[in-house]
Ligand binder design. Structure first.
Ligand code: 5GP
Ligand code: MN
Length: 344
């Protein structure tokens, strides 16, 4: 089947804007992941080489395991740099939104982003994009926003000018969002990777940095999680719930739980995996599935969230116990027949 490449809306307009040096801000979603970092930093490196003034600003702390990425230390964390960030955002000529489809994913940065009057651009692969950008490159069939940023470079005819660092960042994003090519892949993606490899990308180096990056603490925490993993009787659903007390006991920091929910899916029979964690002000759910079962629907309809069919997140204001019970009830009752009939 022919893979349709989406065209950027108002691409010519944006291209014309970029003809002269501009003040540019690029943002990704709160709790940025590998794709948010990879896509924003790749675009950053490219726009830098064109002579623009570019700043990447994230709404919250970065995952330290990705500190090997070129440009990582130049990113601002909005939580720690609000005043300067506000000024920079309000003065920007162009504002890029990468790897999120709705402005509420900017958390406390949302209002200033709405207020900003610069030209807004959205590059993203999440469902149901909010209509806030003048120019948009959006495709849910893309593996990652990193894939779309490559497509953007290609559409600009700029691949020759893209620095190698940018391809390295894109590869980080692709590895992250495909779970190292376990899901969301497509033929176009593999062609992109072949092309980036011909242009000098050392994919093995990036894979090694992404894969063998655990601290001993993180590995012990994974062991603890696997030990307390539970299953729903008669359903191919596995889950892990972590309390605040456990967060303290294991000194859980941002990024330490990255990948834990996917471990549950490594069990052959499992179709749906959940990691339910008690935070200070809310309970966070991280859901994954194999095949046709949509955890996006579960998160969107019941947990005030969303994402992708096979990887979604959401939250609840109830207690950990109540949230867990509601999740179990949903699986045991509302979704039981769908769970039994969908292919994995
Ligand atoms: P994670 O489980 O790793 O937090 O998130 C998995 C996927 O769901 C990511 O693609 C992320 O963008 C999306 N996601 C996570 N939390 C939320 C949320 O609260 N709202 C929405 N719309 N998407 C989310
Ligand atoms: Mn993404």
């Amino acid at each position: 089947q022919y893979y349709m490449l989406a065209q950027m809306t108002n691409g010519e307009q944006l291209k014309a804007l970029l003809d002269s040096p501009k003040n540019i801000v690029i943002s990704g979603h709160v709790n940025p992941d590998a794709d948010a970092l990879g896509s924003t930093l790749a675009l950053y490196h490219y726009l830098q080489t064109l002579g623009h003034r570019v700043q990447v600003i994230m709404p919250s702390e970065l995952p330290q395991m990705l500190d090997f990425m070129p440009g990582f230390h130049l990113i601002w964390n909005y939580e720690r740099k609000q005043k300067t960030s506000n000024t920079t955002i309000l003065q920007a000529d162009i504002l890029f939104s990468l790897d999120y489809s709705a402005l509420d994913r900017l958390d406390s940065m949302e209002s200033v982003w709405r207020k900003a009057t610069g030209y807004k651009v959205l590059i993203d692969h999440h469902m149901q994009p909010e209509d806030f950008a003048q120019s948009r490159l959006w495709r849910t069939s893309s593996s990652s926003t990193a894939e779309l940023v490559y497509d953007y470079f290609a559409e600009l005819g700029a691949l020759e000018q893209v620095p190698l660092m940018a391809f390295e960042c894109l590869y980080v994003g692709i590895l992250g969002d495909t779970g190292r090519f376990q899901h969301a892949t497509n033929a176009h993606l593999f062609r992109i990777i072949a092309d980036m490899t011909e242009r000098g990308l050392n994919s093995n180096y990036i894979t090694n940095m992404m894969t063998n990056s655990f601290s001993e603490k993180k590995m012990r925490l994974l062991g603890h999680c696997i030990n307390k993993m539970s299953f729903l009787e008669g359903l191919d659903v596995g889950y892990i719930a972590l309390s605040q007390a456990e967060h303290q006991e294991f000194n859980i920091q941002r990024g330490d739980l990255e990948g834990v929910v996917n471990t549950i899916l490594q069990i052959r029979r499992i179709k749906v995996a959940a990691l339910i964690t008690e935070r200070k002000d809310r309970v966070k759910l991280s859901l994954r599935s194999k095949g046709d079962f949509s955890v996006q629907e579960v998160c969107k309809n019941h947990f005030n969230g969303g994402g992708h069919r096979n990887a979604s997140g959401g939250m609840s204001r109830e207690s950990l116990e109540e949230t867990l019970n509601r999740f179990k009830r949903l699986m045991n009752e509302d979704y039981a027949s769908v769970l039994r009939t969908t292919a994995k």
